[in-house]
Design a protein around this ligand. Structure first.
Ligand code: AMP
Length: 540
């Protein structure tokens, strides 16, 4: 027997309709590429989102079409999030920091029909445009006055598209499982893979995001994502802010700019902000050099990489609580978040501090388990560590277009590629990674790609790339090389060999020569043993 409860679909556009009705005067504030601070309200955002949906329809967008964005955190990108979802199309957020080959691959793979692009990426788009197979037009996120001079054919002006449309739109009555967003993530091997989000998943994720003991978002909050809107939807904050009536502050192209972040926090009264450790370390450096405080800020959500305890201490010094979090592109991304439990209050301060460094506890909706190499579940005793698997209503069930991945080998579970312990309080601690990737400043570098380039260099017999902790970037790649007998390899020439083959920020920071690289029983390079050997390595 079914309950007698209405079957209202969970739709992303209803979040913005809710904000327009209930929080019409609450502001969205953006730093812009034009160089000024833009502000408008949820009511304004709704009207412009409706105009955009009208424009998409007039362009000929059909339900299910993918619409690419190459853009920073601004109000126009926010409008794209909602107009696409409301019109049944898919917002494919693209990371402009990817190497051009990867950009071309994912745009073609997604079969994007239009690209909505910040003007600062004109050169980038011009360089790849001839290789894009499905793009019908490039829409620059600008008004006529700020349109770039470009050789690109079929260029449109965002503000002109909106000018011709109405302030409301007949939103599609979509099934809640309809795809809403697409974000590619680097795989250990092969091409990047697409995580395809749904209306239902995003709405449930937003509700969990705002819950007490999670990010605890309210009308009294001012939230600033310093994590890009091209990476897992800025951790879901642009959806959660209008749901809970929080003011939304978007740092535009100034994500790594200490003075801008500092002034946004203080002038706009930011109470909660999200970002990877590298971002926060840059802000702390700015504060150390220039003075200043973080008076309005109550909590910093730090994730994407392990948060160093020293960074937590630095935030404490400014009266800001740190909430360590873990998530993935494939988990929308919220997975676990560290809020201290009431029983910890009576513990000695050192033990409380130690608990704060844990990765966090599960959020309702996110089920977790750790397993051994035979997929047997391990106890939550805080000691046994195993591969972390998750499942839940905002976790991917497969990759876009059914791309195969062993991560989905166990039906109903997603293998994260992370290794963790879970204690009796349900607190997860990420201890290692099985996926062969390096996370630098919150972005992935494929060690396998770097190894393949190195072995193409004269005199290299074998190469392995491992991640080494770095004070600024969290991790950086170290290239370990076995030279061929009698060969002399020039380190600078070897590193220069990378220049036209990978993005500049991927290039290893250093090369170490060894006589032998350790292997596993199956003949694979043993990264575990190599990491162990270089565990005391220090960048000079
Ligand atoms: P992405 O899909 O790019 O967001 O990356 C997700 C991955 O980042 C996870 O699978 C982890 O390997 C890593 N990660 C995210 N948060 C943390 C954290 N708090 N501690 C350690 N690793 C993390």
């Amino acid at each position: 027997m079914h309950g007698l409860i209405m079957d209202r679909a969970l739709r992303i556009i209803d979040i913005l309709r809710h904000a327009k009705r209930n929080f019409p005067k609450v502001e969205i504030i953006s730093e812009t590429l034009e160089g000024f601070r833009h502000r408008y309200t949820y009511a304004d955002a709704y009207a412009r989102t409706a105009r955009l949906a009208g424009a998409l329809t007039r362009l000929g967008a059909q339900p299910g079409d993918r619409i690419g964005t190459l853009a920073f955190n601004t109000y126009r990108h926010f409008e794209l999030y909602f107009a696409t979802a409301g019109s049944g199309t898919v917002c494919h957020t693209i990371n402009p920091r990817l190497f051009t080959e990867q950009l071309v691959y994912i745009i073609n793979h997604a079969e994007d029909r239009w690209l909505f692009v910040d003007v600062c990426f004109t050169g980038l788009i011009e360089s790849i445009a001839p290789q894009l197979n499905t793009i019908e037009a490039i829409v620059f996120l600008a008004d006529r006055q700020h349109m770039p001079t470009t050789t690109l054919p079929n260029v449109l002006c965002y503000e002109e598209l909106l000018d011709d449309e109405a302030d409301d739109f007949d939103w599609l009555d979509i099934d809640e499982r309809t795809a809403s967003g697409l974000c590619y993530t680097s795989g250990t091997t092969g091409h990047p893979k697409g995580a395809l989000y749904s209306n239902r998943g995003i709405v449930l994720h937003s509700m969990a995001f705002g819950a007490p003991d999670c990010i605890s978002l309210s009308m009294r909050d001012v939230i600033m994502p310093v994590v890009p809107m091209f990476h897992v939807n800025a951790w879901g904050s642009p959806f959660a802010a209008p749901m809970f009536g929080a003011r939304l502050v978007l740092p535009g192209p100034k994500m790594l700019d200490g003075p801008t972040l500092h002034s946004l926090i203080n002038e706009e009264g930011v109470t909660v902000s999200l970002g990877v450790p590298t971002i926060w370390m840059a802000l702390m450096q700015y504060l150390r050099d220039n003075g200043g405080d973080l008076e309005p800020m109550d909590r910093a959500i730090i994730g994407g990489s392990a948060c160093p305890p020293a960074l937590m201490d630095a935030f404490r010094g400014y009266g800001v609580r740190v909430r360590h979090a873990w998530g993935m592109t494939e988990t929308s991304p919220l997975g676990v978040l560290n809020t201290p439990r009431p029983e910890f209050t009576d513990w000695p301060v050192e033990r409380q501090r130690e608990m704060d460094t844990r990765t966090g506890h599960g959020v309702f909706g996110m089920e977790m388990k750790i397993v051994d190499e035979n997929n047997n579940e391990l106890p939550w005793d805080g000691e046994k560590f195993g591969a972390l698997k998750v499942r839940g209503p905002w976790v991917c069930s497969s990759y876009y277009k059914g791309e195969h991945s062993s991560a989905f080998d166990e039906p109903g579970w997603f293998a994260t590629g992370d290794v963790a312990t879970i204690d009796s309080y349900g607190f997860v601690q990420i201890t290692d990674r099985t996926k062969d990737l390096i996370k630098s400043g919150g972005e992935w570098i494929s060690s396998i790609d770097l190894e393949n380039v190195a072995v193409g260099f004269d005199g290299v017999a074998e190469a392995a790339v491992i991640s080494i902790g770095h004070p600024k970037w969290g991790e950086r790649p170290l290239l370990v090389v076995v030279p061929e007998p009698g060969a002399t390899i020039d380190k600078t020439a070897l590193l220069e060999h990378y220049h036209d083959k990978v993005a500049k920020w991927w290039i290893p920071d250093a090369v170490e020569f060894v006589d032998e690289i350790p292997h596993t029983a199956t003949g694979k390079i043993s990264k575990l043993r190599l990491r162990e050997r270089f565990k005391d390595y220090r960048w000079s």
